[in-house]
Design a protein around this ligand. Structure first.
Ligand code: RP5
Length: 367
């Protein structure tokens, strides 16, 4: 779907906002910092739609560094996932995205005990590393969404899988592909090793403000703004997870059947959505032995399609809204979500020729 596009910049978790200072475009357009990068020939002087004459100068995307190569993804698991062999996405920078899993905690987690020697990968960890062991009490009750407590029993039932290169410890325990986190065990996560999620990035251009917006929730657990993603159920197609989670978390499906756009229609739309990312998530719940991985997809809605969605928060969310995508909002999102959304915006800019400003304003590229 995106194989013909020029490779884009890798995503950084720390959003690379450049403080370029005010840059006046041709007219009296005010400007501020850029979401990313240096203006290129094609995007340097955006023309605004007539409806948004006062809009901020949109940001532009950088020309891709030569070393960033598209990567071809394998299909893992039940073969039900949307990314088929040959699908191309853009690789994140080496070492990307392992900050929150070292510095933040899931709800009720003990404090992380990071390696005293500062080791960031398993090969540098020495005997002085004593992570605190934590598994949420509910895991001892063998809930159906979790693996058996013992790894041996789990391995008797299923193979461990990952989008990342797999590493194992001395006892055969799965090791976090990004390195030590200061907590061993599964924490709040149900599966040993990778826990698979799917993340629907749903956007629109707000007809009143001209800003690019996304459907965002405030998570109940840590109160952070997030993509309304969720876990892939066993045997479920990822397009099904994306539609289900969107309905449950943002369309009040639990309370109102048939609210707005139907789940089936959304699933069909997600089957054509743009793949944005596949792999490790820098989630505050991650531990040495259990971590989140995801597939993120982008679906951009027309104003009419967006109008059909009647946003109502589900039980996992404290709030839901169409949230402007700005450099500031991306930097504050849960886990790696800001990086995924940024990647979606970069791809969308490439696909449409539009440009998105630091404050979310959408403008058109020059002809
Ligand atoms: C994140 O956790 C994923 O990116 C996804 O958004 C989410 C899934 O976990 P729950 O929302 O089901 O807790 O790592």
């Amino acid at each position: 779907m995106i194989g013909n596009l020029t490779p884009l910049n890798p995503i950084n978790t720390a959003l690379p906002v450049r403080q370029t200072g005010p840059v006046k475009a041709e007219a009296q357009l005010p400007s501020d910092t850029l979401i990313s990068g240096t203006p290129t020939e094609n995007f340097a002087r955006p023309n605004f739609a007539p409806t948004a004459p006062e809009a901020e100068t949109p940001a532009v995307i950088e020309a891709p560094p030569a070393e960033v190569a598209p990567k071809t993804l394998p299909v893992i698991g039940d073969g039900n996932r949307l990314l088929q062999p040959g699908t191309v996405v853009w690789e994140l920078q080496p070492g990307w995205g392992h900050t929150k899993a070292r510095t933040q905690q899931g709800k009720n987690y003990p404090e992380r005990q990071l390696p005293p020697n500062g080791a960031q990968n398993w090969k540098d960890v020495d005997k002085n590393y004593q992570p605190v062991h934590y598994e949420a009490p509910i895991l001892a009750t063998n809930p159906e969404w979790a693996d058996p407590v013992s790894l041996k029993d789990t391995l008797a039932q299923r193979q461990l899988q990952s989008y990342e290169p797999q590493q194992f410890g001395a006892e055969g325990e799965p090791l976090n592909p990004k390195g030590p986190t200061g907590i061993s065990g599964r924490g709040l996560l149900g599966k040993h090793g990778a826990n698979f999620a799917a993340d629907p990035i749903v956007t629109r251009v707000n007809p009143d403000t001209g800003q690019l917006e996304m459907i965002a929730i405030v998570r109940e657990d840590l109160g952070q703004v997030a993509i309304p993603g969720g876990m892939v159920d066993h045997g479920e197609k990822v397009s099904g997870t994306l539609a289900r989670e969107l309905c449950e978390e943002t369309l009040g499906k639990e309370e109102h059947s048939g609210a707005g756009m139907q789940e089936k229609k959304l699933q069909e739309m997600f089957e054509r959505a743009t793949p944005v990312y596949q792999g490790y998530v820098d989630d505050p719940r991650n531990t040495d032995n259990s971590w989140m991985e995801t597939q993120a997809f982008h679906l951009h809605l027309t104003p009419d399609e967006a109008k059909e969605l009647n946003l109502q928060k589900g039980s996992d969310a404290a709030a839901v809204e169409w949230k402007p995508i700005t450099a500031e909002s991306l930097g504050k999102m849960y886990a790696s979500h800001g990086a995924f959304v940024k990647q979606a915006v970069l791809l969308w800019q490439q696909q449409t020729g539009l440009v998105v400003g630091n404050d979310g304003t959408v403008g058109t590229a020059p002809r």
